[in-house]
Design a protein around this ligand. Structure first.
Ligand code: ATP
Ligand code: MG
Length: 325
């Protein structure tokens, strides 16, 4: 992972990596608990004693030219300090990497179980509630038709109940779709995104939504479609929640080998944390979730934000492997 901060813009970029989890041992874990101040003190003490030792060794040798003396001094210093790298710096970073890997693994697990829960909930809502409401509606219709003439009060009650059941049915349908749009499976990413964008525009009429999609002919792999949909869903939700934007633009360009998706807004932007690390990003689930979904597909994910230009969420996915399969 690299971090960039330039021209007043903040950006956090992730390149997915499949790194093995490494176990650094007790010493690494001890160092990880050290504060940066103590690390620095320890390092300064080590450099000091290495230098004293180097001077001591130089004193034992016959006088040398300044050039040779400097060369020998730095060689001794480097030789003595290399254990510092292996004993201090490396275990520390291995421990850090291990923790970051663990957080990545857990957040991927979370994404998977969230997706499964959403799918199951949507199915249960549709099957149990939807069908139950339909049965209720039919029952009330039968009751209404069987009422003898002149029972106006009962007829009105049946009509009211019927309207209530229809409203409940609409609620259940929109909840089911919000949880996991079935058209994502049947029609694919682009039609679902168009539908979601329309819903977004109706819900937030103050934000103009432009969409540009190049090449929507072929379906993508299901895991790519769901990841792209969730990225758009979260980005648009973030725009509505945080950006105070007037315009948001979704651009998707797909070639045979590459897919680029960008969600840009002209809102107030935000500062990407310059000390960004997944290890301290546990409170921002939205951005973290998007990044992990794309990392899992082996793609590039970046967020660039500035108060002047707003926020751009960008995804790049290589489709070359998918084409071969
Ligand atoms: N488009 C945007 N415009 C302005 N600020 C944004 C935008 N997207 C994200 N942010 C900022 O980045 C922070 C992190 O976003 P993230 O989606 O990870 O968390 P969240 O939206 O606060 O919570 P949630 O976990 O519900 O998504 C937000 O709190 C917000 O300050
Ligand atoms: Mg969010």
């Amino acid at each position: 992972m690299t971090q960039e901060a330039h021209n007043g813009k903040s950006s956090v970029r992730t390149r997915s990596s499949r790194r093995e989890c490494v176990e650094p041992g007790r010493f690494g874990r001890f160092l990880f608990k050290m504060t940066p101040k103590w690390m620095l003190i320890l390092l300064a003490v080590l450099i000091f004693f290495s230098e004293v030792f180097a001077m001591f060794l130089l004193n034992l040798l016959p006088p040398l030219s300044p050039y040779r003396e400097a060369l020998l001094d730095s060689t001794i210093l480097l030789t003595l300090l290399s254990p510092v790298y292996f004993c201090l710096y490396r275990p520390f970073w291995l421990e850090r990497q291990r923790r970051e890997d663990e957080i990545r693994r857990l957040s991927r697990q979370l994404i998977h179980s969230e997706e499964m829960t959403r799918t199951r909930l949507a199915r249960d809502l549709h099957d149990e509630f939807g069908q139950g409401l339909t049965a209720l509606q039919l029952g009330i219709e039968t009751l209404r038709n069987s009422l003898p003439l002149g029972q106006e009060k009962e007829l009105a009650l049946c009509r009211r109940l019927s309207v209530m059941i229809a409203q409940l049915g609409n609620h259940v349908r929109s909840m089911t779709t919000e949880l996991r749009p079935s058209m994502l499976d049947s029609l694919g990413f682009v039609p679902t995104l168009r539908w979601f964008s329309q819903q977004f525009s109706e819900r937030y009429p103050g934000i103009r939504l432009d969409m540009q999609v190049v090449d929507e002919s072929e379906r993508l792999a299901p895991e790519i479609e769901i990841a792209l949909y969730r990225v758009c869903q979260e980005s648009l939700n973030n725009v509505a929640k945080h950006a105070k934007a007037r315009v948001v633009r979704i651009t998707m360009i797909r070639t045979k080998t590459l897919l680029t998706l960008a969600i840009e807004d002209d809102g107030n932007g935000f500062e990407a944390d310059p000390c960004y690390s997944p290890a301290n990003d546990y409170q921002r689930y939205g951005l973290l979730g998007m990044r992990e979904r794309i990392a899992e597909l082996g793609g590039d994910f970046s967020v660039v934000s500035s108060p002047v230009e707003g926020t751009t969420v960008r995804v790049q996915l290589s489709l070359a492997k998918e084409e071969k399969e």
